[in-house]
Design a protein around this ligand. Structure first.
Ligand code: AMP
Length: 191
């Protein structure tokens, strides 16, 4: 099994690169952001609760996303592997993921962290906001808060995987295929 944590700040290109990796390795994509947006669209109780946090650029509580991820893993028990995109976003989520996977005899293979500087992230997100329809991509204040929350609550997750020798930084600027190539080389090195 190949289980990748695709990591990085908002706008780093996780979604774009996840799509290419899924295609190449036949993996199941688990994006907590996508799952939450689907819950909002379906007007579920979970979606209504999550929306309050998402529209401010804050994190949805750990207990909500952890439970959500577990049910998606269980629903895909015959998968070749998973790409975790936008999860884990806190140390508590990283610990919960390891405990949950250990019970299923699954391991994270690698954490690939896309690196892009803040100015470029803001530029990319505002551009994406023009046609993504995502309110949190259209307001510079919300974007800046998402980056601030990333630096404070999410970036420490790097150390968690570094301690397990699973962390690999990947330059997240340049052409899409160039970045994809860097990811593929990192995966090939551990496969
Ligand atoms: P994303 O699509 O990954 O940019 O996520 C959009 C928003 O969904 C984030 O700003 C958070 O409010 C929420 N979200 C997504 N994934 C998580 C997570 N793992 N933990 C907490 N909140 C999350």
């Amino acid at each position: 099994m190949l289980n990748i944590v695709l990591f990085g700040p908002p706008g780093a290109g996780k979604g774009t690169q996840a799509a290419k990796l899924l295609d190449k390795h036949q993996l199941v994509h688990l994006s907590t952001g996508d799952i939450l947006r689907a819950e909002i669209k379906a007007e579920t109780q979970l979606g209504k609760e999550a929306k309050k946090f998402m529209e401010k650029g804050e994190l949805v509580p750990d207990s909500v996303v952890i439970g959500m991820i577990e049910s998606k893993i269980d629903a895909n028990s015959s998968a070749n592997g998973f790409i975790f995109d936008g999860f884990p976003r806190t140390n508590a989520q990283a610990v919960a993921l390891d405990i949950m996977l250990a019970k299923k005899k699954i391991n994270i293979t690698l954490m690939l962290a896309l690196e892009v500087d803040d100015d470029e992230l803001i530029k990319r997100l505002l551009l994406r906001g023009k046609d993504s329809g995502r309110a949190d991509d259209q307001d510079q204040k919300i974007i800046e808060n998402r980056i601030k929350v990333y630096n404070k609550e999410t970036a420490p997750v790097i150390e968690y995987y570094e301690n397990q020798n699973k962390y690999k930084a990947i330059k997240g600027t340049g052409g899409i295929d160039e970045i994809f190539n860097r990811l593929c080389l990192a995966i090939d090195a551990v496969k």
